[in-house]
Design a protein around this ligand. Structure first.
Ligand code: ATP
Ligand code: MG
Length: 180
């Protein structure tokens, strides 16, 4: 008897999409037929936690999926956040995403909110979290240190193409000079 087609949601901010995200995505795709990649906090950009626009994040992830031959198994959607009105967030996600059967995330608040809404939530193993952390990658870029080995080649290329590295240094520089 054929198993029913399964689609999962993998949600994050992907600021930027790094090798830990790619390993997590491949791990999920071993267990599900298809994945919705939900780009959260979509309305933010040009700030230290969220330097890239939703469109830039779509582009970097799309290029990785194309290079990995995964475009036919993934859908990318952008999802705004609800500015701390956490009780509303799951309904916003459901409003912006095609249907999915379960959610993969390690974020404790996302796990709580989806579970309260009656959805199945599964954790993802962390891959080399010491290095594969978007916060750490943004800090390396801001300090002018080497970061390219921590993201897929397509992401490093894209960030340079849009001068995202320069942008991050400017955003962090503005912060440390008190202009925020
Ligand atoms: P930030 O430091 O900006 O929060 P992040 O590296 O935690 O970035 P997110 O966009 O917050 O990345 O994460 C999206 C999803 O990917 C979350 O469920 C997160 O737990 C998971 N994730 C992040 N890093 C890894 C990793 N190294 N291995 C596996 N999953 C990861
Ligand atoms: Mg995170």
């Amino acid at each position: 008897m054929g198993r029913r087609f399964s689609r999962a949601l993998f949600i994050g901010r992907f600021q930027p999409f790094h090798l830990g995200h790619l390993a997590a995505l491949k791990w999920i795709l071993k267990r599900e037929d298809a994945v919705v990649i939900g780009i959260g906090s979509a309305q933010y950009s040009h700030d230290p936690r969220n330097p890239f626009t939703a469109g830039e994040r779509v582009e970097m992830i799309w290029r990785v999926l194309r290079a990995e031959g995964l475009l036919d198994r993934c859908v990318i959607v952008t999802i705004p956040d609800t500015d701390r009105r956490h009780a509303l967030w799951v309904s916003v996600v459901l409003h912006y995403s095609p249907p999915f059967d379960r959610v993969y995330t390690n974020d404790p608040l996302s796990q709580l909110l989806f579970r309260e809404a009656g959805m199945e939530v599964r954790p993802i193993p962390m891959f080399n979290r010491e290095e594969y952390s978007a916060t750490k990658i943004r800090e390396l870029i801001a300090r002018g240190e080497s970061w390219e080995h921590l993201v897929p080649a397509e992401v490093a290329e894209f960030i340079k193409e849009v001068r995202g590295d320069v942008r991050i240094r400017e955003i962090y520089g503005a912060l440390s000079s008190g202009r925020s």
